[in-house]
Write a protein that binds this ligand. Structure first.
Ligand code: ADP
Ligand code: MG
Length: 323
């Protein structure tokens, strides 16, 4: 396969965790209610994501794995109102370009599933298979044909740490999803669906931390900010935990990070960081998510107004408190 394809693949898939992120996004887009992730050796040997989502129709399967094929955008205007996680149509193409890739999928209107393999960019022939409703994707020997990249993978522990972080972001963004993560056949997380965020937070961070979180919420026109933050006088935990989600996807944002820091200024012991799980909901037209290949950075139409909204949401919450 071409060098250009391999280079392009590297932009999206830099390590096993990037593949895990893309596969989780796809399962979420496919409206799965259950996602199981199996990892062997930090993802270097196997990444398997199995979902019970809507599956891929046989007519669309080959297309799904080829470059710039996405079922999620039908015209250029859609780019400005992206609701789903994926929209570039290159994740599966990129992953299958640099691994031994196998997909099995079945939609509700099919009695038989379809299996399709791609060996480092070389597609096999789709075969019928017995398969439950949904999609199962296996990625073996990631970077098998890009030895330098494979060699530069960090230790199993480090790579699995990145995978676990991606899994955590998806699990916190979607508490209603049943999610399982196994590493080398050992269960790391087994998360039953939670109706509310705090139950899921408790599973991740334990009762001690979750009991010290306070609920914050505000709505300003179409923009809702909600979630949990640590009590300003909660100084015991040094654990890093600042999560921000926009319309169901994890993002990073300097301006909002700054608002958080500002709200806690003078309240925390030196060296302590607030813990936060903050969710923004706003109409997709108020934000451009198409600025970063992994979509982790976005451009808000009015970032200053968001800054003020978050700061005042937190400050007014802290105001009446005994600090
Ligand atoms: P994108 O998500 O940007 O559209 P991808 O390469 O991630 O591109 O996926 C290509 C297409 O394959 C998707 O548009 C979708 O139609 C289909 N697809 C991928 N994964 C799944 C899945 N787990 N369930 C159902 N459809 C999927
Ligand atoms: Mg995708």
């Amino acid at each position: 396969t071409s060098v250009i394809n391999k280079i392009a693949a590297g932009e999206v898939i830099e390590r096993p965790a990037s593949a895990v992120k893309e596969l989780l996004d796809n399962s979420i887009d496919a409206l799965a209610t259950r996602i199981e992730v199996d990892i062997m050796n930090g993802g270097a040997d196997l990444i398997r994501v199995v979902d019970n989502g809507e599956g891929i129709h046989p007519d669309d399967l080959l297309l799904a794995v080829s470059s710039h094929a996405t079922s999620k955008i039908s015209n250029a205007d859609d780019l400005f109102s992206v609701q789903t996680m994926g929209f570039r149509g290159e994740a599966l193409a990129s992953i299958s370009e640099v691994s031994r890739f196998r997909i099995r999928t079945r939609t509700a209107d099919q009695t038989q599933g379809l299996e399709f393999e791609v060996n480092t960019g070389t597609p096999g022939k789709p075969q019928p298979c017995g398969c439950p409703l949904g999609t199962s994707i296996e990625v073996r020997q990631l970077f098998a044909n890009t030895p330098v990249r494979r060699k530069f993978l960090k230790t199993t522990k480090t790579e699995f740490g990145h995978i676990s972080e991606q899994f955590t972001r998806a699990a916190l963004a979607h508490p209603r999803l049943y999610m399982v993560l196994r590493h080398n056949n050992k269960v790391i997380f087994d998360l039953p669906p939670s109706d509310n965020l705090i139950d899921r937070l408790r599973l991740f961070y334990g009762k001690k931390l979750s009991d010290h979180l306070i609920w914050v919420e505000s709505q300003l026109e179409d923009v809702r900010i909600w979630g949990y933050v640590s009590h300003p006088s909660e100084n015991k935990s040094t654990r890093k935990g600042q999560y921000l989600f926009l319309n169901g996807r994890w993002i990073q944002d300097r301006t909002l990070q700054h608002a958080l820091t500002e709200a806690y200024r003078g309240l925390l012991m030196v060296g302590r960081q607030p813990i936060s799980f903050l969710y923004l909901d706003m109409p997709p037209s108020m934000v451009d998510v198409n600025v970063h290949p992994t979509k982790s950075e976005v451009r808000f139409r009015d970032s200053q107004s968001l800054y003020r909204q978050l700061l005042s949401t937190l400050r007014s919450q802290f105001l009446g408190m005994d600090l």
